[in-house]
Design a protein around this ligand. Sequence first.
Ligand SMILES: Cc1ncc(COP(=O)(O)O)c(C=O)c1O
Length: 229
Amino acid sequence: MSKVHNFSAGPSILPQEVIKKASEAILNFNNLNLSLIEISHRSKDFVAVMDNAVALVKELLEVPEGYSVLFLQGGASTGFLTTVLNFMKENGNAAYLNTGAWSRNAIKEATAFGEVTVVASSEDKNFNYIPKGYSIPDGMDYFHITTNNTIFGTQIKNIPTPKNTLLIADMSSDIFSRKINVSDYAMIYAGAQKNMGPAGTTLYIIKDELLGKTGRTIPTMLDLRTHIK
Ligand SMILES: Cc1ncc(COP(=O)(O)O)c(C=O)c1O
């Protein structure tokens, strides 16, 4: 029987050579006579797998010096919270572009922890367009965008490059689909299950020097500095 294709937004179809290599590693990884999922996640064989994944992300996206690449748990939905805790100052204010269900969820999460300014929204037309011509007030800790709105099928073609604040993007459903300029962003995050691989990990690309400036107490495992360290 021929391979069935899944056109759903996630999980994504993976290349057959990836499935083959992964299944071999599940049976016997690196001739250790152990499975990849039976060895310590701190062993040199496993650490090499992660180092390779990080190096590939850096190569494919031309990630500049000064940025860290992490694979974390909790899905992109935890990214909504990670964004706030690591970039919104205590009593701060952050700008959001409301372009779909996922940006609405990001806004909801931020509203629970601080003040949010929705600079523009396409909710009036059931998110069937990307708002244009908006401005970002001064004094915002960051500006959050969802580059591709998985449910509504709209994509931001011209990425805004705000001069007066940091740019943070949820790229869950279009990462690796086009060239991006990582240095435009303070942080990019993306759940793996749309464009990269199976569900269960979330990619973060963060400009290190911007962390630790919020004045907040951040739970250890939600503090991106913990994972970078
Ligand atoms: C753009 C976007 N952001 C966030 C999410 C939430 O991702 P997760 O299920 O990894 O929490 C999704 C998932 O469908 C998405 O498409």
